[in-house]
Design a protein around this ligand. Structure first.
Ligand code: BMX
Ligand code: ZN
Length: 342
């Protein structure tokens, strides 16, 4: 049987997994990327990790290729990184060709959220769907579209940057150069920033205490815990994130009318804190959603309708939580490598 290696090249972690073509994950390793050691060191480490993994699982079959998920704008045509602030010095360097040369296997370079979308479409919350989109809520907000089992790449592989859809035209500046992007409200970083702003205004005593206690470790998870314990400002921050996601989803649903929209990334764990506002916005702003919403709104709100239950019910627009957790990108990257080989 064939297998492929998926790589998740994050700002802090390099994760590598071997995945068989039937979806079985054979082995997974995590290394510290040490991005600050520079591009060549990271590529060396990645190539070594892939080689070692391929050796370890060699009895399982033949290596079809390697898929690498990277946050940022990639040029699929040239196999280069165009903009990835996490990877300084990588721009305009022939990453794909260089890794192919070292490994002697075909390499697919893909945006991290596109890879996650491919994973969820293959084995996760959107398995079996003819069309899906994924929104990842992490350090940034990423996106990907899968049509008929294939990533919709756009003309150069840059499609699906949902995090940079404008929600409030005069909103905060975004790393992309725009203002008021989804990412400025619905990412984990945005939630942390909003919490710090509440505390600085002297309007959120519980948040201020938590910031004091956690110091540099203060994270979106702490704000989620406060929200779950009933803290008003923390709940408001997640409500705002949900409202933002609802507006984004309304636009996506109106434009694309896909079967499934999957919400993943670390922040998706705060689902019950943002989902009510998200669905409320989605319903009021999208007539396509209103016309296609699942009959059971309570069930839809939980976001846990399984692909099997979804298929058994009348066709509707499903907005659901991701199922593969942090492995979505690894599994998807491997999947894309297998698809590219055929
Ligand atoms: C940003 C953008 C996207 C990426 C998304 C999620 C960069 C570096 N990244 O919107 O390409 O998919 O973040 O990234 O421009 P993550 O870091 O949250 O995984
Ligand atoms: Zn932006």
């Amino acid at each position: 049987m064939r297998y492929a290696v998926g790589v998740d090249l994050g700002g802090t972690n390099l994760r590598v997994a071997a995945v068989r073509e039937d979806g079985e994950m054979l082995r997974q390793v995590r290394c510290g990327t040490q991005v600050e050691r520079g591009r060549d060191a990271v590529i060396d480490e990645m190539a070594a990790a892939v080689r070692q993994l391929a050796d370890e699982v060699s009895a399982a079959g033949t290596l079809a290729g390697v898929g690498i998920g990277v946050a940022g704008i990639l040029d699929a045509h040239n196999g280069t990184v165009r903009e990835a602030p996490n990877l300084p010095g990588w721009e305009e360097y022939p990453v794909r060709a260089e890794i192919e040369r070292r490994l002697g296997s075909p390499v697919v370079l893909e945006n991290d959220a596109n890879a996650a979308a491919a994973g969820e479409a293959w084995l996760g919350a959107a398995r079996g769907a003819g069309s899906m989109a994924m929104i990842t809520l992490g350090t940034g907000v990423g996106g990907g579209i899968v049509l008929g089992g294939r990533i919709w790449p756009g003309s150069r592989g840059m499609a699906g940057e949902f995090g940079h859809v404008v929600i409030f035209p005069e909103g905060p500046r975004c790393n992309c150069g725009n203002r008021g992007c989804v990412e400025q409200y619905a990412s984990a970083s945005a939630v942390v920033r909003a919490a710090r702003e509440w505390a600085a205004r002297g309007e959120a005593a519980a948040i201020a205490r938590e910031i004091e206690r956690r110091g540099a470790e203060f994270s979106a998870k702490n704000i989620y815990e406060l929200a779950a314990a009933g803290d008003g400002p923390s709940r408001e921050i997640f409500r705002r994130a949900g409202e933002t996601l609802g507006i984004l989803l309304a636009d996506l649903v109106n434009v694309l009318n896909l079967e499934v929209y999957v919400i993943g990334g670390g922040m998706a764990g705060a689902w019950e804190m943002f989902a009510p506002a998200m669905f409320a916005e989605l319903r009021t702003r999208s007539f396509v959603y209103k016309a296609t919403a699942p009959a059971d709104a309570e069930e839809a709100l939980r976001g846990e309708t399984s692909p099997e239950a979804r298929r058994a019910a009348a066709p509707a627009t499903a907005v659901v939580r991701a199922q593969l957790g942090p492995d979505a990108g690894l599994i998807g990257a491997a999947r894309l490598a297998m698809q590219a080989e055929k």
